[in-house]
Design a protein. Structure first.
Ligand code: 44T
Length: 875
């Protein structure tokens, strides 16, 4: 956090001392004048002036703190939001620092400062504020919700998975014990996380253990854990990236063993090659020469090496997230969009460094997959060989031929690896292993109507670029002819080819000859969730139906009004606003619907799509769909304030329809949704609508160990004998997002039930709490309540966020203390709405005494979970 405050704080203290006690008459006079100025400031909404005067008053006369605290807070929040809008970040933080000097224990100010820090991207600092606010008042719901939100960012969920993976923990422990036994007793743990591997080394008898961790939150957590395990004096942890470590500043001398698990699903994405090159050059003793020398005088790395495997797959679920699979949606022809691609397989993304793969568990992909090749060993990497590591970064791309064994659409290369920790202990992240690991998925771009065939060969290029391992299927070899998939020179075959080659040829030629007049030099890039949204036919078709219905009804209403007034139809267009986040074609669909609905009038569509490339794509689609330029406008971009965003230009005019984007792809309602709906309602013309008009939340009871594993370190047994769980479990969040309920390993303990209604059109129908009784249909442990939404565009048209081609994932409240239930039991699910955020709790009803009503079985038997998005969802 900006640490500029110390000097001004000293100056303020000095000023305060010089001013003298508040009892002096001159001071009293000043205090009362200033207090009056502060009040006037508030009255005239001059919050900057008011804030300065309040500061003066409360510094001079602290006795007034009690009476003035409310107005002071109000002034602070108002002034802070003005400073925020003006981008005066330093001033804003300065105000909060001054406020906290006066009210260091005011949890509301502390929490609010955290919210500003979070918005500015200072996540660690924000977390510290939320944590502090919670310590000050443990039942402070907003601070708790904020803490959960930031926890998701700070402590990634895989930390829980890794700590719950006993076999992985044990294998690392065995390898470390072996190395220490052999005499490698000075150890550095790179990327220590919770400190577990460093503690293993110490416990195994290492004489000196050092550790580094680049995440501040994880570093602090590691310090806490190491202390709690009585090793604070024997493990020295530094908060830095290993690449910045120096001898003797950070560690006294070179070590004989580096242990690290800085590997992601794509093996190299956490920068292990770079870290180990640096470690070999600066932190490790030299490797053992051919002739055996004492292990204490030489260096070694755990893991010793890795072997990379890959196979080609056909998988509709991967396809719909990375390629445009439909040629039209909701009456719009999309063919002009060309080869839309996701950032993951985009050839160029302006200046940004994207991981060239996404990650998922192959076994959990919706609809399964078909293996088109056998798993193929692509490369070996020796982490104990500096020359090899250096060569990897500079080495030319390696090419591997992989035989196709099954016919199918080539959607992706899936990759995993084996980590040889040492000669005896091996971890595999393969799809058939029972581990916590996901696999890396490299989507392949190519024509959708083209299938690879048995006896084809794939040419796969393997390289190491920007710390990532890149796999690219560059060509298909069929009957000794090579057909390039990457558009490289000399690849596309002659047009006269016939038979199977002809088919392949024309498909590939099609890939490279998308020469629409407007096609840009590079394909359009959309987020995976935006591509799967475009592929969601049901969603767009439903909108089309609802939009047509609305335009027809508005048209006929106007017609009858027009005939009363002027004796004819109205030429005033319908104004439709789409405030969807990210890329959306709904505005264009509305404009297009205006063209189709003869007689009902034309539509002026307003899109809030922000990115230039997205606007270009919409303009292009407008053009190819016959929508005139002036029928589609872009605006509302860069406006923070919703009330301004929703106001139509020429504000006496009103909207015929406002399309709100209610549910984030991760499965949560958008923040501020109900407030936005309230604003939107006031801006509608007579008979106008908000889309959707209503959202119904559904949920069910399930038993799922998989979800528990991701949410907290399970069980009471210490992890490898260490006390870690209580510390990391502090970052447990009650709501899980981005679930795929279709493939989640779980058993259903009840039928789905309706849990809550959100009325966006009819404010009078809204309520804040609702309880629903759910009958248990199978015995088990209720560990989670997954939930999803039925989105009603109007009374007759709805879409579910839990359907086959949904671009939405689902979310679930996870109960850390499961409810033990039997068939026929009743569980009461209570949902509460607060600030557009829903929270859910589950209580088992006691069987024997139904007359007593629901009984809570201890504190944690009710799940507390705010489920509301934070806008940070990613594919
Ligand atoms: N997750 C895999 C990736 N670090 C593991 O800050 C497997 C994902 C995964 N510290 C599901 C399942 C799984 N110097 O805390 C992190 C990171 C830190 C460093 C100091 C460095 N050079 C680095 C590099 C990274 O190391 C810790 C572990 S990284 C492990 C990544 C369970 N989804």
């Amino acid at each position: 956090m900006p640490g500029s405050a110390a000097r001004s704080r000293r100056a303020r203290r000095a000023r305060r001392r010089a001013t003298g006690p508040a009892e002096q008459p001159a001071t009293r006079e000043l205090v009362s004048c200033s207090l009056e100025s502060a009040r006037q400031g508030v009255l005239h909404q001059d919050y900057g002036t008011a804030f300065v005067h309040y500061l003066l008053v409360l510094n001079l006369a602290p006795v007034l703190k009690d009476v003035a605290s409310e107005s002071f807070r109000f002034t602070l929040f108002k002034w802070a939001s003005e400073l925020h809008a003006l981008g005066r970040v330093q001033d804003l933080l300065g105000c909060y620092e001054q406020a906290l000097e006066l009210f260091p224990d005011d949890e509301v100010i502390v929490n609010s400062m955290g919210e500003h820090l979070f918005r500015m991207g200072f996540r660690d600092e924000a977390a510290a504020q939320f944590h502090k606010a919670l310590k000050l008042r443990p039942d402070f719901a907003e601070a708790r919700e904020n803490f959960h939100r930031v926890s998701n960012w700070l402590v990634e969920r895989w930390h829980f998975l890794m700590l719950n993976d006993h076999s992985r923990n044990r294998l690392y422990q065995l390898a470390i014990e072996r190395a220490v036994r052999q005499g490698r007793t000075t150890v550095l743990d790179i990327g220590t996380g919770t400190g577990i591997l460093g503690m293993c080394a110490k416990k195994a008898g290492a004489s000196e253990v050092f550790a580094c961790e680049l995440s501040k939150t994880m570093y602090e957590l590691a310090c806490e854990v190491v202390q709690a395990n009585g090793m604070a004096d024997s493990i020295q942890i530094v908060h830095m990236k290993s690449l910045e470590m120096q001898i003797p500043r950070d560690i006294p001398a070179r070590v004989s063993l580096v242990v690290t698990e800085t590997v992601d699903a794509g093996l190299l994405g956490e920068g292990i090659v770079e870290s180990l090159i640096h470690a070999w050059k600066h932190l490790l003793l030299p490797p053992p020469p051919e002739s055996r020398s004492s292990p204490s005088q030489t260096g070694r790395v755990i893991p010793a090496s890795a072997t990379v495997f890959a196979m080609a797959v056909e998988c509709p679920d991967i396809r719909r997230h990375h390629r445009l699979c439909v040629s039209a949606v909701g009456g719009l022809d999309l063919s002009a969009a060309g080869d839309v691609c996701s950032p993951v397989n985009s050839p160029v993304v302006s200046g940004e460094l994207w991981e060239p793969y996404s990650t998922d568990r192959l076994s959990r992909l919706r609809g399964g997959l078909t293996s088109l090749t056998h798993p193929c060993r692509l490369m070996d990497i020796d982490f104990n060989n500096l020359q090899e590591l250096e060569g990897l970064c500079s080495r030319e791309t390696a090419q591997v031929r992989v035989p196709v064994v099954e016919d199918g659409v080539l959607d992706a290369l899936a990759m995993w690896f084996q980590l040889q920790l040492d000669q005896e202990n091996i971890i595999s992240t393969g799809p058939h292993e029972d581990t916590c690991w996901e696999q890396a998925i490299y989507p392949v771009q190519g024509p959708l109507d083209f299938k690879v065939q048995r006896h084809d060969e794939l040419l796969v290029e393997v390289s190491c670029q920007d710390t990532y391992l890149r796999l690219c299927c560059v060509a298909v070899v069929r009957d000794s002819q090579t057909f390039r998939l990457d558009g490289a020179e000399g690849g596309v075959c002659v047009a006269s080819a016939v038979g199977p080659e002809g088919e392949l040829c024309s498909a590939l030629a099609g890939l490279h000859t998308h020469t629409h007049t407007h096609t840009p030099p590079h394909p359009f890039t959309l987020e995976c969730s935006e591509i799967s949204l475009l592929n969601n036919l049901t969603y767009h078709d439903s909108f089309r139906v609802a939009m047509d219905t609305l335009l027809t009804s508005l048209g006929s209403a106007r017609g009858s009004r027009g005939s009363e007034v002027a004796g004819g139809g109205s030429s005033e267009p319908f104004y439709v606003l789409d405030v969807s986040e990210g890329f959306s074609v709904l505005s264009l669909m509305a404009a297009r619907a205006g063209l189709d609905s003869s007689g009902s009038g034309s539509v002026r569509a307003y899109s809030s799509v922000e990115k230039e490339q997205h606007q270009d794509l919409l303009r292009l689609l407008a053009h190819t769909n016959g929508v005139e330029e002036n029928a589609l406008e872009f605006w509302l971009t860069h406006v923070e304030d919703d009330s301004t965003r929703l106001q139509r230009p020429g504000s006496e005019k009103l909207w015929s329809a406002i399309i709100l984007d209610c549910i984030e792809p991760c499965g949560l309602t958008r923040q501020g949704l109900m407030e936005k709906a309230t604003l939107a309602r006031c801006l509608l013309e007579d008979g106008g609508r908000i889309f959707p008009e209503r959202i119904v939340v559904h949920g069910l009871l399930v038993e799922s160990d998989a979800l528990l594993q991701e949410s907290a370190v399970q069980g009471v047994a210490p992890t490898l004998g260490f006390n870690i769980a209580p510390f990391i479990n502090h970052f447990t969040v009650p709501v899980h997002v981005f679930l795929d309920l279709n493939t989640l390993v779980c058993s259903h303990l009840s039928e789905p039930v309706e849990l809550f209604d959100l009325h966006l059109m009819d404010s009078t129908a809204n309520y804040t709490s609702r309880s629903t009784r759910v009958r248990v249909s199978a015995p088990g442990r209720v560990t989670a309540i997954p939930f999803w939404y039925q989105i009603y565009l109007d009374t007759d048209t709805s879409v579910s966020t839990f359907c086959a081609d949904s671009h939405w994932k689902q979310a679930a409240v996870v109960l850390q203390r499961p409810l033990l239930v039997n068939t026929g039991d009743w569980v009461t699910l209570s949902v509460h709405l607060h600030n557009s955020s829903l929270s859910i709790s589950a209580v088992k009803e006691q069987r024997a005494t139904p007359a007593n009503g629901p009984v809570k079985e201890g504190d944690d038997d009710h799940a507390q979970g705010g489920f509301n998005g934070d806008g940070g969802g990613a594919c």
